[in-house]
Design a protein around this ligand. Structure first.
Ligand code: FUB
Length: 321
């Protein structure tokens, strides 16, 4: 087994790893952080990524193989900049690569590119997914053949500017006692290219059945959603952003409401934290990032992994990075 909690991809900066198993191999779809000098700000301007690579792993003993660039911003007709956290799914032998970027009006939208293999080549659709906004798409295949796209991120990811349903450039997080901004979820059309419905809120409740409030900053959704299923239960996990934790909630259906359960990963070195959870060759793994290779520079991150353990009651054992 490769070393856990150590940089897994070292030849370039990488972040936001979405790990998926296709045809018996593991594929990591990370963001590709650039080795550039930028000041950090709350808008995330320092995350000025332009392209994506994919990495293939035959097993957890062999280092990931870089299969090269699978999509560049110049090849996406509607996008201008900031290729942030992506994800990929397979359906009927085709691969659907979902990614956020800023459009010509500087708004984050979510696009999809289609390919015949996990490494593409991927061809972007001419326009972003109708009705999409914000960042961090996670495409979740359910056992019944339906696919759901969970997405969103507040602050630089603009989700809090969509609170009213339309874009408000002055929008922000609600007041402390108001409900927290919710991550969004939509079932996909059969062709995987459009939403089959208007995106809904993923509501997270506390242990008393009350919706998390904006003041619950170490529990509420910030960005980086991931969904997986374990023993028939739906797990919705995400970053709490400015409190730097990865946390999770569970439900009996993909839409929720979900009940908050606990912390998956305590804060890492660097501002952002972002993850995926995958079962591969009989074990469960958390893929995440930190800034070890760059010595803590927020926009120069590196992918890592750690084994994930569940208790008998389905709770996840917290990992200390
Ligand atoms: O990589 C850019 C952004 O940083 C991602 O979209 C967020 O989830 C955070 O990791």
């Amino acid at each position: 087994m490769l070393q856990e909690k150590k940089p897994l991809i070292t030849e370039q900066y990488s972040a936001d790893p979405s790990a998926n198993v296709f045809n018996g191999k593991l594929y990591i779809y990370p963001s590709h952080d650039r080795d550039i000098e930028m000041e950090s700000n709350d808008n995330g301007d320092q995350y000025a990524m332009e392209d994506y690579h994919v990495y293939e792993m035959a097993d957890m003993n062999t280092p990931p193989k870089d299969l090269g660039v699978i999509l560049h911003v110049d090849d996406v007709p509607w996008a201008t900049s900031q290729m942030w956290a992506p994800d990929c799914a397979e359906k009927n032998g085709k691969f659907y690569f979902y990614f956020p970027a800023r459009d010509k009006d500087n708004m984050f939208r979510i696009g999809v590119a289609v390919g015949d293999t996990p490494a593409g080549p991927f061809k972007a659709q001419p326009d972003y997914i109708k009705g999409s906004f914000s960042i961090d798409p996670c495409i979740f295949p359910d056992d019944d053949g339906e696919y759901y796209l969970a997405f969103g991120g507040i602050w630089g990811g603009q989700l809090d500017k969509w609170k009213t349903g339309t874009f408000d450039p002055n929008g922000g997080e609600p007041a402390d006692e108001e409900n927290a901004v919710c991550c969004k979820i939509a079932r996909m059309n059969g062709d995987m290219l459009e939403f089959a419905e208007k995106p809904r809120d993923i509501v997270v409740l506390d242990e008393n059945g009350n919706q998390l409030k904006a003041k619950h900053r170490d529990q509420r959704f910030f960005e980086g959603p991931w969904m997986h299923k374990y023993n028939g239960t739906y797990y919705f996990s995400y970053s709490t952003g400015d409190t730097h934790q990865l946390v999770y909630a569970t439900a009996d259906n993909p839409y929720g409401p979900y009940t908050w359960r606990g912390v998956i990963l305590t804060p890492v070195l660097g501002w952002t934290t972002h993850h995926s959870i995958v079962e591969f060759q009989g074990e469960w793994f958390l893929f995440y990032h930190d800034c070890e290779l760059s010595g803590g520079i927020n926009h120069k991150r590196n992918v890592k992994f750690a084994r994930l353990q569940y208790r008998d009651d389905g709770s996840i054992v917290t990992i200390n990075p």
